[in-house]
Ligand binder design. Structure first.
Ligand SMILES: Cc1cc2nc3c(=O)[nH]c(=O)nc-3n(C[C@H](O)[C@H](O)[C@H](O)COP(=O)(O)O)c2cc1C
Length: 185
């Protein structure tokens, strides 16, 4: 098994000068993703047929890429399988895929991923931190909350914010402040 593990891998997906957190599903030796319509990622994957999964351990980057665009110098060009792909300059590791849209509805598309290349840029080990994990959870809920203002989602965000305050380090607390700013108002 390579860098992508069984289950859902919450990576930062890069397409042409765009980055967003996306879940890469890996089951029965098959990698895929479900992308909801309307995002830049959906448009780019459909147009270009590739995506790079960036393995990152920076909670601020998860929040930023969920809600805003990164500058061009955040991306590094990589030649892969005869194409030019882009990964994040801050990626600890990355996996490049050819992406084929298998099914499309009004709401989402199912994309099959074929791995072309994987590289480890830097080796680092991180202890499990509930604050980091809760940033990821809170950000998932926050991307939906921003569109729906559903109070149930706000309840989940507040629950995870409590864990971040209790268990997170400096980076998690910075990410939480950023997150709360994106959903306020
Ligand atoms: C941890 C995490 C996982 C996510 N997984 C997905 C996913 O699998 N599919 C999807 O369409 N959106 C997913 N999202 C939401 C997108 O990141 C969000 O809609 C983002 O704004 C899309 O950005 P873009 O328009 O630059 O592509 C996820 C968000 C987070 C925080």
């Amino acid at each position: 098994m390579g860098l992508i593990k069984g289950g859902i891998n919450e990576v930062i997906a890069t397409t042409a000068f765009n980055a967003a957190p996306i879940g890469i599903h890996y089951r029965d030796k098959t990698a895929s993703m479900i992308i909801f319509s309307g995002s830049h990622t959906a448009k780019n994957v459909e147009r270009d047929g590739w995506v790079v999964a960036n393995l990152v351990h920076d909670p601020v980057l998860y929040v930023r890429t969920a809600f805003e665009d990164l500058p061009r110098d955040a991306f590094v060009e990589e030649p892969v399988a005869g194409r030019t792909m882009y990964r994040l300059s801050g990626a600890g590791a990355w996996v490049a895929f050819t992406a084929t849209v298998e099914r499309k509805t009004n709401d989402a598309m199912m994309v099959r991923l074929t791995q072309e290349k994987e590289i480890i840029e830097e080796v680092a080990v991180y202890p499990v931190n509930r604050g980091f994990n809760s940033i990821i959870d809170a950000t998932v809920h926050a991307t939906r909350y921003r569109a729906t203002r559903d109070p149930v989602l706000k309840g989940w965000i507040d629950y995870h914010a409590g864990i971040v305050r209790k268990c997170g380090g400096k980076k998690e607390l910075e990410a939480l402040e950023l997150l709360m700013g994106y959903i306020s108002g």
